[in-house]
Design a protein around this ligand. Structure first.
Ligand code: FES
Ligand SMILES: [Fe+2]
Length: 447
């Protein structure tokens, strides 16, 4: 591969007020392969929700980087994470996305495993005249080195040499709490997973989730429709729509929201939203304030886009979405998305949430296609050229401070850096957190 040096890819010079990223990070296939090995297969990656395998022997399948995995609840109720590849000749054991099975029989030569990953049968083993060396080998499914859970969110790492999950998530656990604590019973995925691909690098999606700068430019038709509906007030969708003006309301000092960035590459952008009937949570507003205090309840209503590096995004803006990013190639990414919702909300609130959800999100919604087209256009512009440095990570650098602010203090959260903004500041400096985490995982790999 071309001998990239880390400093040629991420130009991080806080003393000079410079943060730049090289286009090669979005384009170069050799770099992509290194990312797979060291970012997606070398550290913590989100793999699913515990509710996706709720009952004994329930399972679902996924990937850790390029490695297929199974997450399964065994007969005792313990969740486990295995490599989804038969030890015999490597065939992927399970092809379905999810299911329930006490036994898994490999489709190639019928080696059989239980729901705890233990090998239960090797077909015609005695007749096979194996030499003693074979018996000394472990024939169970390979266990993924690290597997952990925070409040139902499951993470795994193929590399055992990683910080604890608690340390990896750090302060963002308080942001996950804002989602889970909306119901005493936690959250669940609304049935119906959407999968789509776009022809661009995975980091386009990584950034876009918290890119407030693009909203009015990329989604004018969505904003016009919201405005039009607000005038007309004629049907159920109209009544359940969040108005464009709802997203970023001003506080007394002119702040409409801001960004926070955290160690290990996680970021949040947020906007002030009132405790309003425009959100399905409104039916529990009083109860949530009593249970968690007014400040935390109000934060539950704020617009929040959280990214847990490198592949989980929890978007609470128009409805609530869980996104999982799966890089396929330097110029190809698969997205899996679900509506994520508090358990036990009323049928009316759930239907309200789903209507808002399908309005904004997914390839059939009014926002997602606008974004993915921009990613693909950006990918075209990532071609190698004389000026390799992108200028998309500098906005807000002059407003970024170390630590938190009054808004993070309200819920006792301590980000590494933060920006408070008005409607037009639209911080891009938060993305520095991604590339610093990226550089950390790639350190020692690139010169
Ligand atoms: S590859 Fe699985 S039994 Fe042969
Ligand atoms: Fe967008």
């Amino acid at each position: 591969m071309k001998p990239f040096a880390l400093r040629d890819l991420v130009d991080d010079r806080p003393q000079d007020g410079v943060f730049r990223v090289n286009r090669a990070l979005f384009r170069d296939q050799a770099l992509f392969d290194l990312e797979m090995k060291h970012v997606f297969e070398g550290g913590w990656v989100f793999v699913g929700l515990a509710t996706q395998a709720e009952n004994p022997h329930d399972y679902f399948t996924n990937f850790l980087g390029r490695v297929p995995i199974i997450i399964q609840r065994d007969g005792e109720g313990t969740l486990r994470c295995f490599v989804n590849a038969c030890p015999h000749k490597g065939v992927r054991l399970l092809q379905k996305l999810c299911g329930n099975a006490r036994r898994h029989v490999c489709p190639y030569h019928s080696w059989t495993f239980d729901s705890a990953g233990a090998n239960k049968n090797i077909k015609w083993q005695k007749a096979g005249r194996y030499a003693p060396g074979f018996d000394e080998e472990n024939h169970d499914l390979a266990t993924v080195a690290k597997f952990g859970e925070y409040r139902g969110f499951l993470f795994a790492s193929l590399n055992a040499d990683v910080p604890s999950l608690e340390e990896h998530l750090g302060e963002t656990r308080k942001l996950i709490d804002l989602i889970v604590d909306k119901s005493p019973d936690g959250v669940e995925l609304v049935p119906g997973r959407v999968v789509f691909t776009y022809a661009a690098n995975w980091k386009m999606q990584l950034e876009n989730c918290s890119d407030q700068y693009h909203f009015t430019s990329t989604h004018p038709s969505y904003i016009r429709i919201l405005d039009q509906r607000a005038k007309e007030q004629v049907n159920e969708v109209v009544q359940s729509s969040i108005g464009a003006a709802d997203f970023w309301q001003e506080d007394a000092s002119g702040v409409t929201g801001g960004t926070m960035s955290f160690d290990h590459g996680h970021v949040l952008n947020w906007g002030i939203m009132p405790v309003s009937s425009a959100l399905p949570e409104f039916e529990r507003a009083e109860q949530l304030a009593q249970l968690h205090g007014v400040a935390k309840r109000n934060w539950m209503f704020n617009m929040r886009n959280l990214t847990i590096f490198p592949n989980l995004q929890l978007a609470e803006n128009a409805s609530s979405q869980m996104r999982v990013i799966r890089p396929i190639a330097a110029g190809m990414t698969e997205m899996q998305t679900w509506c994520i919702a508090p358990r036990g909300e009323s049928a009316q609130a759930r239907s309200f949430r789903i209507r808002q959800y399908e309005d904004f999100f997914n390839p059939t919604g009014m926002a997602t296609p606008d974004d993915t087209v921009c990613y693909e256009e950006a990918q075209i512009g990532m071609a190698e050229q004389d000026r390799p440095w992108l200028q998309g990570h500098a906005r807000g650098l002059g407003a970024s401070i170390e630590g938190g602010n009054d808004w993070s203090d309200m819920i006792g959260m301590k980000p590494a850096r933060s920006v408070l903004s008005d409607a037009q500041l639209c911080d891009e400096s938060l993305f520095g957190s991604y590339y610093r985490a990226w550089a950390q995982r790639m350190a020692g790999v690139l010169s």
